[in-house]
Design a protein. Structure first.
Length: 190
């Protein structure tokens, strides 16, 4: 007996008064849940994996704030999380590279700003970098949780980043250019 027949049978029992509306609704929901298609089950599984990937991407970005509690933890923890989880997903690997590039970049900016503060030029640089060290991880974490890959502006690229679209979905080859016609070949030779 297929699902439609079973629902018809339940509906007939409800019309005869053997089932209340509440019992009918519960039985119908149970029946539909039991007979969920393989495609729907696969979609649910993919959605769960995507949520997990987004969560780890967010953790990598927000773990930079661990340095406020334990010295240097904000530099080390994101890199450790990235190294542990990078093989599970290209997206997590991308978030780890983005954060690591920013950590190295911010360290360079802070060193340059510290050296230039002797000339008072470095003080605005230090203030700007301090603000960015708070804003960028928050923005990156929010976007990662939403399934987006966001590159930090002003970040020097030490680790080569893949195209965010290729990290999230399989790559599709670009269409090839149309072949030149005989007439176009003759025009180009003239």
């Amino acid at each position: 007996m297929n699902v439609a027949d079973e629902i018809s049978k339940l509906n007939k029992l409800k019309e005869e008064g053997a089932l209340t509306e509440e019992e009918f609704s519960k039985a119908k929901a149970d029946l539909l849940a039991k007979n969920q298609s393989a495609g729907e089950k696969f979609k649910d599984t993919v959605d769960e994996v995507a949520k997990d990937t987004n969560m780890w991407g967010m953790f990598i970005h927000l773990s930079q704030f661990a340095g406020f509690m334990i010295p240097y933890a904000g530099l080390i923890l994101p890199i450790i999380l990235w190294q542990v989880k990078k093989d599970e997903s290209k997206v997590i690997d991308m978030h780890g590279k983005i954060v690591t590039n920013w950590i190295i970049s911010e360290t360079i900016y802070l060193l340059v700003g510290g050296i230039l503060s002797a000339l008072l030029i470095g003080i605005p640089i230090l203030i700007a970098v301090a603000i960015l060290c708070i804003v960028y991880p928050i923005m990156g974490g929010i976007k990662a949780n939403n399934g987006e890959v966001w590159r930090y502006p002003l970040s020097i690229q030490f680790f080569k980043l893949d195209d965010p679209a290729s990290a999230a979905a399989p790559s599709v080859p670009a269409p090839s250019a149309p072949a030149e016609t005989e007439g176009e070949k003759n025009d180009s030779q003239a």
